[in-house]
Ligand binder design. Structure first.
Ligand code: CP
Ligand code: NVA
Length: 309
């Protein structure tokens, strides 16, 4: 994808609707003809900085690089000099002399912006407090595969106004999907990010909404999405959040308001019995494992798009 070569992948909000659509189509193409892409990244390396835990993101990026003929390095700040105070600027410049792209998972979105500013190679955001854009591309791919369409679909996100919900707003806005976020009072999405997504939605006609009423959000929804109530870095709020979010569990009572053929998504890891009941996450509406698999295909598309001309 010419327009994406050499770019950073940080929020999705700075990509045009056609960039995002092209990425999605590319993911489908690569998924359906994996062999044709088995050496497109031959000789290229991806540095993966993980400040926080990960199962899906780490394994799918690493396997994705292998499947594309390249190589991935797992880098932990606990072992790197950045963890002992080496400046982000120096880390960015030095890594750029060795690797062809840098992937990073850390809490601070500003740190990722700073890394991207100094790096001479593409930087991929693999989750910050503010965004989880790789997840959103996999989510859109999964919804598209199950619904054959995205434009005008109604997605309800129930839970914490966090990174995952922000990236759903962003990708919904870019792809013309209607997104409603239902959170408890005090846990709303970041209003600056919401406004930026709303601005982007003007180009595609997508409708973005916020509410404190999960029932309103879920009414006639095609897609119901939830995520953990306490994200990484917020673990100490877990017990307080359990009581604040009690009315926000995705269960059969709540989902009875959605379309009969709704699909259920969760980025995982999940807490059964908290944000979602067992009968929903393990029931026939759930597509969580397709969604997890699609992390691999979506990221291969992102890697090839950013790393090849
Ligand atoms: N969904 C997701 O990003 O999972 P991991 O934290 O396991 O990477
Ligand atoms: N919102 C969650 C997503 C995990 C993939 C977190 O930030 O912990």
């Amino acid at each position: 994808i010419k327009a994406l070569y050499g770019r950073d992948f940080l929020t999705l909000l700075d990509y045009s609707p056609s960039d995002v659509e092209a990425l999605l189509e590319y993911a489908l193409t690569i998924k359906n003809d994996q062999k044709a892409y088995s050496d497109v990244l031959k000789g290229q390396s991806l540095g993966m900085i993980f400040e926080n835990a990960s199962t899906r993101t780490r394994v799918s990026f690493e396997v994705g690089m292998t499947q594309l003929g390249g190589h991935a390095l797992f880098l932990s700040p606990r072992d790197m000099q950045i963890g002992r105070g080496e400046p982000v600027k120096d880390t960015a410049n030095v890594l750029s002399r060795y690797v062809d792209a840098i992937m990073i998972r850390t809490n601070s979105h500003e740190l990722v912006e700073e890394l991207a500013e100094h790096a001479k190679v593409p930087v991929i955001n693999a989750l910050t407090d503010a965004y989880h854009p790789c997840q959103a591309v996999a989510d859109a791919l999964t919804i598209y595969e199950h619904k054959q369409n995205l434009q005008g679909l109604k997605l309800a996100y129930i839970g914490d106004g966090n990174n995952v919900s922000h990236s759903l707003l962003a990708i919904g806005a870019k792809l013309g999907m209607d997104v409603t976020i239902a959170t408890p009072t005090g846990y709303e999405v970041d209003q600056t990010i919401f406004k930026r997504a709303e601005e982007a939605a003007k180009d595609t006609g997508s409708t973005l909404k916020q509410t404190n009423d999960p029932r309103e959000a879920v009414k006639d929804a095609d897609v119901i999405y939830t995520d953990v109530w306490a994200s990484m870095g917020y673990e100490q709020e877990q017990s307080e959040r359990l009581s604040q979010f009690a009315e926000y569990q995705v269960n059969s009572e709540l989902t009875s308001l959605a379309k009969d053929d709704f699909i259920f998504l969760h980025c995982l890891p999940a807490h059964r019995g908290e944000e979602v009941s067992e009968e929903i996450i393990d029931g026939h509406h759930s597509v969580i494992y397709d969604q997890a698999e699609n992390r691999l295909h979506a990221q291969k598309a992102i890697l090839v798009a950013l790393m090849t001309k």
